[in-house]
Design a protein around this ligand. Structure first.
Ligand code: PMT
Length: 312
């Protein structure tokens, strides 16, 4: 068998795996409607981790780590840069404009007066005003659409729908895939209905490999969009090699490489001809106090060059 037929076979296997994933997935309750999203440049930011349910009436699940901070912060910087954002986010994770609020905003930011009126505490009034103001403006102007997911089934079905509806935006569309997506899952048809009983002894369960959708996103769903994926590792020795591999294998325009412990301080943007290290500012006061600030600036420049290439 020659190299080209080998790669055709693995391509066929991938398409079979993808088909069986979608065929077996429980249908979405509501499909997303992105028609209301305005603006000439549009980015889909994915954020948070997907879960893998172990039972149909789910009591137990496997989770993928992600606080959602990267996605929420990046969304704010994309909005500042003039993009419309579809924020595909894990329910309960960090949300745009909420990063400077305390852990429990309702209980910590508000108080009840003697007349039983609810009011914002003086100490929090500036952050609350800013968060609500910026969030409302973005939503009301059709610049921010938030779509929640929990399971890998929901995430990948919604990503496919968004991908296909972004086709019309051509090169002005971008995917920024910061979500931590499960690599293994239990197919719906082989999943038990009821809570697994611990009295039955040790749990012996087979997980199937989740198909990587990055190549179909690039090839079929949104072939002209600018696509950025992420590579997370805990071992710095293998990080760049893995990012390079993902760049080539999935034909991404850039891969953002990050290490778990230093992900808030530094990321490395890997493209076909460079590796650019991006750092956050040293002090809170600096404009690039979040690493997402210089990161989004760099990616917006690269996206502009990509759009420009097609104009010339
Ligand atoms: O949310 P925070 O706490 O701020 O942390 C941010 C982050 C560390 C989660 C983020 O910066 C990050 O690195 N996200 C990607 C983590 C990840 O799952 O990496 P991966 O090597 O497993 O996957 C690489 C890429 O393939 C990802 O873009 C993912 O969306 C995609 N993927 C993964 C599995 C799968 N079955 N299909 C996919 O398409």
């Amino acid at each position: 068998m020659d190299a080209s037929s080998n790669s055709e076979t693995s391509q066929d296997t991938l398409y079979d795996d993808i088909k069986s994933f979608f065929d077996s997935a429980p249908p979405l309750k509501d499909g997303p409607d992105i028609r209301g999203v305005a603006g000439s440049r549009i980015v889909c930011v994915t954020s948070g981790g997907t879960t893998v349910p172990l039972e149909r009436r789910c009591v137990r699940y496997i989770d993928n780590f992600s606080s959602g901070h990267r996605g929420a912060a990046s969304t704010e910087y994309f909005l500042k840069a003039g993009y419309s954002v579809i924020f595909l986010n894990r329910r309960g994770t960090c949300q745009p404009f909420c990063r400077s609020l305390p852990q429990d905003p309702l209980l910590e930011c508000f108080e009840v007066s003697k007349e039983l009126n609810v009011q914002v505490r003086q100490s929090h009034s500036e952050v609350v005003k800013r968060a609500i103001g910026e969030h409302c403006t973005a939503v009301e102007e059709g610049l921010l659409l938030k779509i929640p997911f929990t399971t890998i089934f929901e995430y990948l079905q919604i990503l496919q729908l968004i991908g296909m509806s972004m086709k019309d935006h051509g090169r002005r569309a971008m995917f920024y895939l910061a979500a931590a997506v499960s690599d293994f899952y239990v197919p719906w048809q082989s999943m038990v209905e009821h809570k697994i009983q611990s009295a039955s002894g040790p749990l012996d369960m087979r997980l199937v490999q989740a198909p990587k959708m990055l190549s179909v996103l690039r090839k079929n769903w949104a072939p002209t969009a600018f696509c950025i994926s992420f590579k997370l590792e805990t071992d710095s020795e293998i990080l760049l090699a893995k990012a390079d591999m993902a760049l080539k294998r999935y034909n991404m325009h850039a891969v953002v490489a990050n290490e778990l412990l230093t992900r808030k301080e530094e990321v490395i943007v890997v493209t076909s001809n460079e590796k650019i290290s991006v750092h956050r500012g040293k002090t809170e006061a600096e404009a690039d106090a979040d690493v997402e600030s210089p990161l989004i600036k760099l990616l917006v420049e690269k996206h502009s060059a990509y759009i420009g290439d097609s104009d010339s």
